[in-house]
Design a protein around this ligand. Structure first.
Ligand code: PGA
Length: 254
């Protein structure tokens, strides 16, 4: 059963007090919006505070990254064990990590393994660059990223995949709902090939890239799209709430 899911990725935004304000602004309404899984991913330093603020609500917490070693002399890094203590989800392989911090597919794979070991639910991001899209290589790139990231891993219940075309992230130029649906269908087919029919039916695959309150419904009407990974629009309580509510109205449990 695939319950729709909306994830807010705050990226490197909000101080602890701004994070507190943002959560306070939307907590009650967000909590009351049913039939959608709601996850917020604030910066590491706000995880503890946000965790306290959403305690007892239906809002879930995620981190934006992790290091793949359990502990040790890795100055400045955050380990899977530290996160497992605080939250349930972790974003892995976001294109900004791949682009600005040179994260390769192998690193993404190590992070997937590390997350699974401590029972954190990974939100695995894949997506092609603009030139790859223009060259008609979307399928090839997304398939390659998926297979490298999942290499050697048994299918896990709770896997979440986000298809985020890089050219659509933070640009205000979202993919069309049909484009996103087609690639997400392809990802689902890959999961079928890698695992089995049940895995393909169960895996939740979200779209990400310039999702706003203005285009949410269009995406959620598509048969393959199970929700959204929202960046910019998740920093405004009213936008995020509207995205979640529209999803609840449009996209039923499948
Ligand atoms: P955006 O970011 O919604 O600001 O385009 C999406 C993401 O990177 O997860």
């Amino acid at each position: 059963m695939r319950v729709p899911m909306i994830i807010g990725n705050w990226k490197m935004n909000t101080t602890v007090s701004e994070a507190t304000e943002l959560v306070n602004e939307m907590r009650q309404e967000l909590d009351q919006t049913g039939s959608v899984d709601k996850v917020i991913c604030p910066p590491f330093i706000s995880l503890t505070t946000v965790r306290e603020l959403i305690k007892g609500s239906s809002i879930k917490l995620g981190a934006q990254n992790l290091y793949f070693t359990e502990k040790g002399a890795y100055t400045g890094e955050i380990s899977p064990l530290m996160l497992a203590d605080l939250c349930q989800f972790v974003i892995i392989g976001h294109s900004e990590r791949r682009q600005y911090f040179n994260e390769t597919g192998e690193v993404t794979n190590k992070k997937m393994r590390a997350a699974l070991k401590v029972k954190l639910n990974p939100i695995l991001c894949v997506g092609e660059k603009l030139e790859e899209n223009e060259e008609g290589r979307t399928e090839e790139i997304v398939t390659e990223q998926l297979r490298t990231s999942l290499a050697g891993l048994d299918y896990l219940t709770g896997l979440i995949i986000a298809y985020e075309p890089i050219w659509a992230i933070g640009t205000g130029k979202a993919a069309t709902a049909e484009q996103a649906d087609e690639t997400i269908g392809l990802i689902r087919h890959n999961i079928f090939e890698l695992y089995n029919e049940r895995a393909a039916r169960d895996v939740r695959i979200l779209y990400g890239g310039s999702v706003t309150a203005a285009n949410t419904t269009e995406f959620m009407r598509q048969p393959e799209i199970d929700g959204a990974l929202v960046g910019g629009a998740s920093l405004r309580a009213s936008q995020f709430l509207s995205i979640v509510k529209q999803t609840a109205e449009t996209r039923r449990v499948r």
